[in-house]
Design a binder for this molecule. Structure first.
Ligand code: ZN
Ligand code: ZN
Length: 232
C-alpha cells in the first residue's frame, strides 16, 4: 500500500497549503480519502481524478469535502465516481447527490482490493474512522475525532496510523472536537501501530510542539506534510 499526503490542514488551509486529503493506493485501487480545499489540485498533479476507484469522505465538514464541488465539473461526462460519505448533514450531502454515485460510508465493506472496517467516532457531525486492509497490510485513518471508545482496538497492530493530532496539550480538552498529538501517540502506542503520522494542523499551531509532545509517548511519530509519501 502507498499513502500520499495531499493536504493536512484544518479547518482552513495554510498559505500555500491544503486541507485534509490523502491518496491511498493498493495495486490498481486508488482511493481519495477526504477532499478538502486545495487537494484536488494536488491530486490532479499526480493522476487524473477520473481514474480514482472511489472517494471516501470521513465526514461532511467543509475542510474535508469542499473540493468535491469543483470535482463535479471535472467529472462531467466521465461517469459517476463512487463516493462514500456519512448520511448527514443532509444539506451538505445533498450538494453531492446526483453528481456522484453517492453511498453510505457506514455500510462500506470493499473498494477494489481494499477491505474496509468502519468505526463511528466522536465529532460534532457524523464521522467515521476507516481501517483499510489489503494483502496483509492495514492502514488506519481516524478522520476527525476526540477520544472515542473502541478507537485503540480498531487500530490494533496496523501498519500505518494517520491520526487527528490537532491540539497541543494546552489546547486540548475533553469536550473539544479533536485529539491532541499526545493522545494520538498514546493510541498508536497502545494499539501497537507500526507507524504513526500526525495530521490536521491548524495554521499557526506550533507543529514542532505537537511532534515533541507525541514523541514523548511514541518516539517514531511523524508530521504529515503535503507531498509526503509512505509505502508499507
Ligand atoms: Zn477537520
Ligand atoms: Zn471536522
Amino acid at each position: 500500500m502507498k499513502l500520499t499526503v495531499l493536504g493536512c490542514n484544518g479547518p482552513y488551509p495554510a498559505a500555500g497549503g491544503a486541507c485534509s486529503g490523502y491518496l491511498l493506493e493498493a495495486g490498481d485501487t486508488r482511493v481519495l480519502l477526504d477532499c478538502g480545499a486545495g487537494t484536488l489540485a494536488a491530486l490532479t498533479a499526480r493522476m487524473a481524478p477520473e481514474q480514482l476507484s472511489a472517494v471516501v469522505l470521513s465526514h461532511l465538514h467543509y475542510d474535508h469535502m469542499s473540493d468535491m464541488l469543483p470535482l463535479i465539473y471535472r467529472m462531467q461526462g466521465k461517469g459517476k465516481l463512487p463516493v462514500y460519505a456519512p448520511d448527514a448533514p443532509a444539506e451538505v450531502r445533498g450538494l453531492l447527490a446526483g453528481a456522484f454515485d453517492l453511498r453510505e460510508l457506514e455500510h462500506a465493506e470493499h473498494i477494489g482490493a481494499l477491505t474496509l472496517s468502519v468505526l463511528p467516532v466522536r465529532h460534532p457531525v457524523p464521522c467515521y474512522a476507516v481501517r483499510y486492509t489489503a494483502g496483509g497490510k492495514s492502514f488506519c485513518y481516524t478522520g476527525d475525532t476526540n477520544t472515542c471508545e473502541g478507537l485503540t482496538a480498531w487500530a490494533r497492530d496496523c501498519d500505518l496510523l494517520l491520526a487527528d493530532a490537532c491540539f497541543t496539550d494546552a489546547q486540548w480538552a475533553e469536550n473539544k472536537p479533536h485529539l491532541s498529538a499526545r493522545l494520538a501517540a498514546r493510541m498508536a502506542r497502545d494499539a501497537g501501530a507500526k507507524r504513526l503520522v500526525l495530521t490536521h494542523f491548524t495554521p499557526g499551531t506550533d507543529q514542532a510542539e505537537l511532534l515533541s509532545q507525541a514523541r514523548e509517548v511514541y518516539p517514531q511519530a511523524l508530521l504529515a506534510h503535503p507531498g509526503l509519501e509512505l509505502e508499507f
